[in-house]
Design a protein around this ligand. Structure first.
Ligand SMILES: [Zn+2]
Length: 118
């Protein structure tokens, strides 16, 4: 079972990789800007990776409810999509948070209890 540290690492890596793939072919950014964006992506990925357990603390075996559900993740995906449409430059923030969040649910889904659909 993934603990808080595992969720932070997975979220950070997910956020970092997301930004790395997004920025790999961009020529309008300096190397320093790319490095800064990697740190931002990783940091926000860590935050996103902790969010489900912040919203529903892991204080009992049945703590995984709405915020740990596939339906809630789908809602976040739709919100992320709308945010990116309205604020295209905010993708680094919203995508990193979202992918960190999804990394948490992915790790939790590997456990015996799994995650709820709704
Ligand atoms: Zn969890």
């Amino acid at each position: 079972m993934a603990n808080k540290r595992n969720h932070q690492i997975a979220g950070g890596l997910a956020g970092l990789l997301k930004v790395a793939f997004e920025d790999k072919d961009r020529t309008d950014l300096t190397t320093n800007e790319k490095i800064m964006r990697l740190f931002i992506g990783a940091g926000l990925g860590v935050v996103g990776g902790m969010m489900p357990d912040i919203l529903e603390p892991a204080d009992n075996p049945h703590h995984r409810q709405t915020a740990h559900s596939v339906a809630f993740a789908s809602l976040l995906y739709a919100m992320n999509f709308e945010i990116k449409k309205k604020y295209p430059n905010a993708f680094i923030i919203s995508d990193s948070l979202f992918i960190g969040y999804v990394s948490h649910l992915s790790l939790d889904s590997e456990t015996t209890m799994g995650i709820p659909i709704i």
